[in-house]
Design a binder for this molecule. Structure first.
Ligand code: ADP
Ligand code: MG
Length: 182
């Protein structure tokens, strides 16, 4: 982890026009500090994420307005917990979504687990610890899918590493587990 992580992330963020994407990333950059968020799962624009095979649980924006002011927007790796349940790896999108030209900033979590039901209105805990890439406006849906699939592969691999596995035991998750059963 170097001091210039944030600046390199930011300088990369918006400089790519539609046809000049950098190569697909193959690794992630650990953050200087982890971010912990919790709130309710709210409805989003239902703009294809489920149809594309990547549903994203949107966190109530009130939960992160003050926490993430200085965090560069983009795609991150973290852990997610719903309603005090098991902790799963998750790909996170933070900020505006240039592909869909959203106006409101969102935190969205594609959780790497097959849930049997939707979980709108349930509590969601998110712990964010590594950066994958800035968000881009892609030229096609297929390009978007290819990039998300690559984000998923990186997330699966990185979350197996012992240094990140131990964050599953973070108090963010154990407190939520206790309060959901009491
Ligand atoms: P929205 O625009 O309302 O966020 P999505 O198409 O992104 O709709 O679907 C998100 C919803 O799908 C979540 O709020 C959640 O209830 C449900 N869901 C089911 N499986 C997952 C998953 N693996 N990761 C995230 N959300 C999931
Ligand atoms: Mg969503």
């Amino acid at each position: 982890m170097t001091d210039n992580t944030e600046s390199s992330i930011q300088s990369d963020s918006h400089n790519h026009s539609k046809n000049q994407l950098p190569p697909l990333p193959s690794s992630a950059q650990p953050l200087d500090c982890v971010y912990r968020l919790k709130g309710k799962v709210v409805g989003g624009f239902k703009r294809g994420s489920k149809q594309l095979g990547f549903p994203t649980a949107n966190l109530d924006p009130a939960a992160f307005r003050s926490t993430l002011v200085n965090v560069p927007r983009g795609v991150y790796i973290g852990w997610a917990q719903i309603e005090g349940g098991p902790v799963y790896p998750t790909v996170l999108s933070l900020g505006l979504n240039p592909h869909f030209q959203t106006k409101e900033e969102t935190v969205e979590a594609y959780i790497l687990h097959e849930f049997e039901h939707d979980f709108y209105d349930q509590s969601m805990q998110l712990l964010i610890f590594a950066f994958i890439r800035p968000s881009y406006a892609f030229t096609s849906l297929q390009e978007l899918i290819d990039w998300i699939q690559n984000d998923v592969e990186i997330t699966k691999r990185v979350t197996q590493e012992p240094q990140w596995q131990c964050l599953r035991d973070d108090t963010l998750f154990s407190h939520a587990a206790i309060s959901s059963t009491s």
